[in-house]
Structure formats: C-alpha cells, structure tokens
Design a protein around this ligand. Structure first.
Ligand code: GLC
Ligand code: CA
Length: 602
C-alpha cells in the first residue's frame, strides 16, 4: 500500500453499517397494507440491536408510484401513503436519540411525469421550463402520420419500447430512459442543477445525513443522441440498449464536482452513488478516489450483475471463480488506488442473495444465508444490509402466479413474453423461470417480523400491497432473535441467521482495523469452490491477521491453503460455531456451504 494513502484513515461513514429499507414493505402502522414512515420509526430499536448505524429508505416522496417512488412528483414532500414531513422529522429525531442517522434516496436523473416542472415543460415549446427536460422532434413522420422516435434507444424497464415518449401537446418526443412516467432531466441546464442543489440543502438542513443517489452516472448524456449499435436480435427487438450514451457521460464529473462544491462540501455527509454499467477502475476512481471531491463511495454492479447479459431479465451461467474474481478485484483496487467502496449483495432491484449465490432449499437456506453474512461482514468497505437479508429471506417460488408480481419491469417483461410466445409453451415457461430467478419483486415482499397474522407487517385482516412469502411462520425475525434462549458464550448451539449477522456486525466493529480498514489478500484464486482470503490490519502495533474460508458448494471440501498457524477459530456457520476439524498444516475440511473465520498467529 502506498505510504500516503488515506484508505485506513478513520471516518464515521466508512465504519457505519447502513440498512436499506424498502418502505412499502417494511412496516404498516395504519392498516392500509402499505408500509409507512411511522413503521420505520417503530422498528428503530430492532435495527439498533442488529448493529445498524444508518438507515436509508428507498423513496418516500410524493409520487404516483409508477416505479415504486422512483418517479418523484415533489422532492420536498412525503407521499401521503408514507406519512408526512412531520413523521420524517420524528424519524430523524428518534434515530438521533439512538445514535443513528437517516439517509435519503435522491432520484434526480429523472422526475415523475406528474412533477410540476414536467407539467410546465410539456405545456408548450416556449415554456421557461421547456429546456429542463430533453425534447426532440420525431426523426421522421410517415405518410400516415406515424412519428418515429429520434433514435433507436430502448426503454430500460420495458425493453420492447422506445426510450422516447411522444407527446401530442407539442408533437415532440421527450427522453424517458426508464419508463414514460420518468422523464429525464436536462442536466445541461444550470437551472436544473441549481434546483437539485436546493433539494439537497432542504434535506440536509432537515437533518438527513446524506444521500443514496439513484443512477447518478446517467445524468450526463451524449447530446448528439446517436443510434445505439444493434446487439439484440433486430427481428425481435426494434430498440437497442443505448446505455453507453448515457452512463458516465462527458460531463458527469463536472456535475458531481459542482454538487460537491455547492452542497456536499458544506456538510459532513455519507454519499453513495448508484452507478450501474461501469467497471473501469480508472473511471470509478475519478468519483471515489480519496481526493476526487465527488462522492464518498458508489455501488459497483459487477457482482450483482454477474448473470446479466445485455438485458437484466435473462439468465447467464456463472461460477464461483468469477464471483471471487470480481470481489477481489474491487477489494484490491480501492486499497491500491486509495479509493473507497460499498459492500452489498442485495438491494430492491435484485433477487435475494441466498437464492442467487447459494442454495435456498429448506435444507440449505439457513447455511447459505450465514455463508453470505460471513463474507459480507469481513470484506473491506462500507457495509450495506438490505431489509430481510438479515433473516435470509429467499426468492418467491416458481408456483407463484405471475399476477403476484407487481414491479413495472416484471409486468412489462411478462407482457412481452405473452405477446411473442403465445404459442410457445416452452419459451413461456422459460420466461417464468427468469421471473422466478431475476425479478425485482423478490426483494420487495413484506418484511417477515414474526409468526402473527400478516407476519407482523400489517394488522390482522389487512391485505398487504404485495403477497407475503409463504414461509413467514418459520422464517421470521422474532423466531431468529429468540433462537438461542441462553448463553451467548455457549458455543454448542448454532446461531440463527439473524444472530449470525448480529455477531458479524459486532465483530466487524470490534476489529474494524482488520475488517473495515485492513489489507485484503485472496488465497487460492484457482479453487473452484472455496473462496478464501486474509484480512490484515495496518496497525502500528503490528498487523493482526484473520482468515476467512467459505465453501460455495453443496459438497464437502478439503481446503489446504490456510497460511500459517491458527490462534483460534472465531466463528463458523455450522453447529458449535467452529469447524469440526481444526486446521493442521493449513488444512480445513468444510461441510456444504460452510464458512469459517479464524485469527492467525502473529
Ligand atoms: C434505480 C433504482 C430502480 C429504479 C431506477 C429508475 O436503478 O434503484 O429501482 O427503477 O433507478 O429510477
Ligand atoms: Ca400504511
């Protein structure tokens, strides 16, 4: 590591454990089957006991909910379904009492088509806000009067459609890369940027600790709006992914630096930019480098996009070596290049990790979830835990009717399948399988709190906005918290997934020099089943060394690469918390999906 690196300089936002809440599905308190801000406040003690420091909620602002709040109609007000501004003030105050912070979701690549700015913009070509959005005349109009969009870009949440939406009022198209209900703001216009800074000040002044920034790498577009290259079969895809022309565009860093100058530099914030589709370390370091003056960290998507070909709703085989490679590459990159990263494996846009990276059958779900918890809590970076991940919630099963899926992306995808595969049962079945594996809905089912009716998410008799998983009577937070009645020091009993997370978060904090700030070295990158690494602290007192060995397979594995003598095994994902066979000469035998953490002798 370079001598002057700031990587290990302590910062609260590096050590913080952030918990992402999907507000509609977290806790309903007023009997409408929809989670609310008061529900979040009522669960702060739960989050505190898990080890959470910062609560980030997906958007709770006024919204027609075309994309579950990622279509905002008023940045300075709360959607009545979620509550009021006063409820948010209370949430922030109650969090502060518990030494916790609240982070907002900043969705400013686009607004809702019902935002006052957009209603003005669409009203006429000469409206002062016309240029706040991206308007273009049709590329052509057919003799029968059919307009053709300005280019061939596909909509992200409905790839069968154009990214441009035609508006009859002025007979022009507006850019809407996600859905027609989410018109893209024109960041080239300084008035738009000033309006965004104003929104940010509004929330920081109210006590928010910072922002997660929705698709923040899409705010600068290639303004010649060229056609995208044809990568999807043109016979079935009229429109093509145009992402290369609007991710990490030409002015992204100018805008982020201006944001830093105008807003962030004036507050002590936590900021994380959502940046899908970018994998070039040099480009990423321009944002998250210690001296970049842009954002604290971003979400890099290489891991959760491991099985993403050109479109998200598709399956691609992947293997453990590929997964290890991705994680190790980013662990090393931040250390070597003096940057900072987030650690996450779930969010509201991805299926459940236990289903995706391990085995979610009744036999292995619990082990798989603990394996992932051990990995997440021992990697370097700021750790993000997603609602329900701490109890190992899995994907909904294949026998759920497609009508249970509410997400606009899934709905659009299934519509397309039904239209083109009406007479092809095999293809239709494949489409259903893709939904079962990849739909965003899996992360959005109501939280499973306890074994009372509606899993404690809503009162008895209330119909939750989305179907609960069927396994809530057994898979729920209360059962997992009570799991070990007695002595936490008694190693003879296995921890529940929740307790394993709690232990992991506490250990991470106790040994933050190692797990948050320490060096990272992957062991045996060629091993096809075992993911192993060493974390070392950079203390002046001489580095502590810890080893993590994770069996990402359903078979027993003998691993021989433990470097050096063990002082002790600190944690394991199986009964007794320890691997049965202690290491000798660097060997350890791991049962299916078993993971172990040990301290090495100095
Ligand atoms: C981000 C959000 C996702 C949303 C999209 C458009 O990717 O996480 O939920 O659909 O942006 O706002
Ligand atoms: Ca409610």
């Amino acid at each position: 590591m370079a001598a002057k690196s700031s990587f290990s300089d302590p910062q609260w936002w590096k050590e913080a454990v952030v918990y992402q809440i999907y507000p509609a599905s977290f806790q309903d308190t007023n009997g409408d089957g929809w989670g609310d801000v008061k529900g979040i406040t009522s669960r702060l003690d739960y989050l505190k006991s898990l080890g959470v420091d910062v609560v980030w909620s997906s958007p709770i602002f006024k919204s027609p909910q075309a994309d579950m709040g990622y279509d905002i109609a008023d940045y300075k007000d709360i959607d009545p379904a979620y509550g009021t501004l006063a409820d948010v003030d209370e949430l922030i105050a109650e969090a502060a009492k518990r030494d916790m912070k609240v982070m907002m979701d900043l969705v400013v690549n686009h607004t809702s088509n019902m935002h006052a700015w957009f209603l003005e913009s669409r009203s006429s070509k000469t409206d002062p806000k016309r240029d706040w959005y991206i308007w273009k005349p049709p590329k052509s109009v057919s003799p029968t009067g059919e307009p053709e969009p300005p280019n061939n870009w596909a909509q992200i949440l409905g790839e069968a459609n154009s990214a441009w939406t035609y508006d009859e009022t002025t007979k022009e198209y507006y850019l809407s890369v996600f859905t027609p209900e989410q018109p893209d703001l024109n960041w080239e216009n300084p008035e738009v940027r000033a309006a965004v800074w104003d929104v940010m000040h509004f929330w920081l002044d109210r006590g928010a600790a910072g922002f997660r920034m929705d698709v923040i790498n899409m705010i600068s577009k290639v303004t010649s709006y060229p056609d995208a290259p044809v990568v999807l079969d043109p016979a079935s895809h009229k429109y093509q992914p145009g992402t290369q022309f609007f991710t990490n565009g030409p002015k992204l860093h100018d805008y982020l630096q201006e944001m830093h100058r105008e807003v962030l530099s004036k507050h002590d914030t936590i900021t994380v930019g959502e940046m899908p589709g970018v994998s070039d370390p040099a480009e990423i370091l321009r944002t998250v480098g210690a001296h970049a003056g842009e954002l604290r960290m971003i979400f890099i998507f290489d891991l959760v996009d491991i099985d993403k070909p050109n479109v998200r709703m598709a399956l691609k085989p992947w293997d453990v070596k590929e997964m290890k490679g991705i994680i190790s590459r980013w662990q090393r990159a931040m250390i070597e290049r003096d940057g900072w990263n987030s650690v996450f494996i779930e969010n509201h846009d991805n299926p459940r990790s236990v289903s995706r990276y391990t085995d979610d059958s009744d036999t292995w779900r619990d082990k798989g979830a603990k394996l992932l918890a051990l990995m997440q809590t021992t990697l370097g970076g700021t750790l993000f835990v997603y609602q329900g991940e701490e109890i190992g919630i899995r994907n909904a099963p294949l026998d759920w009717d497609t009508a249970e899926y509410k997400d606009i992306e899934t709905v659009n995808y299934w519509k397309k399948c039904e239209a083109i595969y009406a007479h092809n049962p095999e293809k239709l079945a494949e489409g259903r399988k893709i939904i079962q594996m990849k739909a965003r809905d899996h992360a959005r089912t109501p939280m499973q709190w306890d074994s009372t009716p509606n899993a404690g998410f809503a009162a008895e008799g209330v119909k939750p906005w989305m179907r609960l998983m069927d396994d809530w009577p057994t898979v729920n937070a209360a059962a997992q918290m009570q799991h070990r009645s007695g002595n936490a020091a008694d190693d003879d009993e296995e921890l529940s997934v929740w307790q394993f997370w709690q232990r992991g978060l506490a250990d991470r904090k106790e040994h933050k020099d190692v797990f948050v700030y320490g060096d990272y070295e992957e062991l045996s990158p060629q091993d096809e089943n075992v993911f192993a690494y060493v974390r070392t602290s950079h203390n002046s007192t001489g580095g502590e060394k810890w080893v993590v060995v994770l069996n990402f397979s359903g078979q027993e594995q003998s691993y021989h690469g433990v470097p050096g003598e063990l002082e002790f095994w600190a944690a394991g994902t199986y009964t007794k918390g320890r691997p049965e066979k202690a290491t000798k000469g660097g060997s350890v035998t791991l049962r299916p999906w078993e993971g172990v953490l040990g301290k090495l002798k100095a």
